[in-house]
Every structure is written in C-alpha cells, then in structure tokens.
Design a binder for this molecule. Structure first.
Ligand SMILES: Nc1ncnc2c1ncn2[C@@H]1O[C@H](COP(=O)(O)OP(=O)(O)OP(=O)(O)O)[C@@H](O)[C@H]1O
Length: 256
C-alpha cells in the first residue's frame, strides 16, 4: 500500500495560532491512535488527511504524490473515512448505504453487480448488522448506525482507514469487535488511523500514538513511548493512576 505521509503539516483551525508542524508516516500494518482533549483538532486533522480540508501549510502525501494531485476517485480507492456523526441526507436502507462503499470502484453510471452485493453483505455480517439490511438507516440506534458506517468502509475496502471515534455509541462487546476488525485489517497489510477518547482502548489496540496538546504542541511515535503518565496528565489536565493489567498499562482518573 501507499503510505500516507504528513510533510510539515499544519492543520487550519479558525482563529487559532498555528501549532507544531506534523511529520509522520502511516505505514502498512500500523494502527495509530490520535489522543487529545475536546476541540484540540483531531477531527480537523482526520479531514485534512482525507483531503477534505485544506491545511494552513504543509502537505499530505499518498505514496509518491501530494494528495492534491490525485483525483478524488483514486484517493477514495485507497483511503476511507468513517465520520464521527453521519448525516443521512436521504432515506436509504442499510444495504444501500453499505453499497455506497463500492462507488469509488464503479464508473459513473455503472450499477452495483453481484460481486459488489456480496462484499456489502459480507461487511454487514462482519459488523453484526446483516439482520438490519432492509431497515432505513435513520431508524437505527446510534450504535447500529455506527456499525453500518464502518461496514460501508469495509465494503469500500481501502488500504488506509481513517476513523473518527469508531467506538462511539458502541457497547463493550461491539467496541472490542470493531477494534479486532481494525487490528485484522492492519495485520493484512492495511493501515488504521483513528481518533479515540478512551485512553485504555488506545493503550490496548494502538501500536502508534499521536498526542495533540491544546497549546499546539504534538508528539508521536510507538505507543509504549507515548504512554507516560505525566505526559498524559498534561494532555488531559487530569491526574491519573497507572496500573498494569494483562501486560498493558491501564489509566484510571484520580478522584481528587
Ligand atoms: N467551521 C468552523 N468554524 C470555526 N471553528 C471551527 C470550525 N470547525 C471546527 N472549528 C473549531 O476547531 C476546533 C477543532 O475542532 P475539531 O472538531 O477538530 O476538534 P476535536 O479534537 O475533534 O474535538 P472533539 O474531541 O470534541 O471531537 C474546535 O475548537 C472547533 O470549535
């Protein structure tokens, strides 16, 4: 797969001073987590990496080319984005929604074929929403809708998965199922980059972390180097207790 690389990237947050430029590469097999407090710019970064927002400065490269020089269709064959909140503009069923994932692979007026349908059905099964195939998406619960959003990207089958809080609205069982699915995508040679609010899920499932601080500072690298209690306390402005369970650090907020 083509790595996704930021080159001196400064994201554009209105009325805010430029933060530290980002220079990292998302490579095959990696699972990255983006951590930081509310409003720090995680979603803005994700949208910038997907080419949906123009950076203030710097660039995003996909393989050997700047994202701005690649046709959107080609970008969406390589890169998929799961949004934080889905706006469903018109009523569509769960199956129709999952099939949207095939659009980058079809010519403009081409209908989805049997193979596309099989991919969508398989993805809905993997996300445990196949039984809802004929339901309108706007009648689903938050967690069901989130799983349909992820199934749509699974149907799209990009090399690079960008996800904005993929565990939002999900119960514990489905959180773990989704993170396992993403881990398996990475194991098969793809790459995952996701914003997470749950520090412990990030510690458990991510091999790389990017920390975004409110003052514009940022640091990134292998997860074990980033999971330093004093740094995380500064990140969230919250005192933490660190314990170890099952070989990974677990962070608990201090009550006082
Ligand atoms: N169109 C806009 N106009 C003005 N400010 C904006 C706009 N879009 C986003 N912002 C601001 O940019 C900042 C970063 O927003 P962003 O959604 O990227 O944060 P986030 O880290 O994803 O937050 P959260 O954890 O709450 O999801 C926020 O302060 C937000 O209010």
């Amino acid at each position: 797969m083509n790595p996704l690389q930021t080159r001196q990237l400064v994201i554009d947050i209105p009325d805010r001073a430029s933060g530290q430029p980002l220079d990292f590469a998302l490579e095959s097999g990696q699972v990255w987590g983006v951590l930081g407090p509310n409003g720090v710019g995680k979603t803005t970064l994700l949208h910038t990496l997907a080419g949906l927002r123009t950076p203030r400065s710097g660039d995003v490269w996909l393989g050997e080319r700047s994202l701005t020089r690649i046709r959107r269709r080609e970008v969406s064959q390589q890169l998929g984005l799961v949004f934080q909140e889905r706006q469903d503009g018109f009523p569509a069923t769960v199956l129709e929604t999952a099939l949207i994932g095939r659009h980058p692979w079809l010519s403009p007026w081409q209908m989805e074929g049997g193979e596309d349908l099989a991919l969508a059905e398989k993805a809905l099964e993997a996300l445990d929403v196949a039984h809802l195939s004929d339901r309108l998406v706007n009648t689903l619960s938050g967690g069901e809708r989130q799983r349909v959003g992820i199934a749509t990207i699974l149907t799209q089958n990009p090399d690079i998965w960008l996800l904005d809080e993929p565990t939002n609205h999900l119960d514990l069982h489905h959180q773990v199922a989704v993170l396992r699915l993403l881990e398996n995508q990475a194991k098969s040679g793809k790459a995952v980059f996701m914003c997470l609010h749950d520090l412990n899920l990030a510690a458990r499932w991510c091999d790389h972390l990017l920390l975004l601080f409110p003052n514009g500072e940022a640091c990134w690298g292998p997860a074990e180097r980033m999971l330093v209690p004093s740094v995380l306390e500064r990140l969230y402005d919250q005192k933490l207790i660190m314990v170890e369970a099952d070989g990974v650090p677990v962070f608990v907020p201090k009550k006082s």
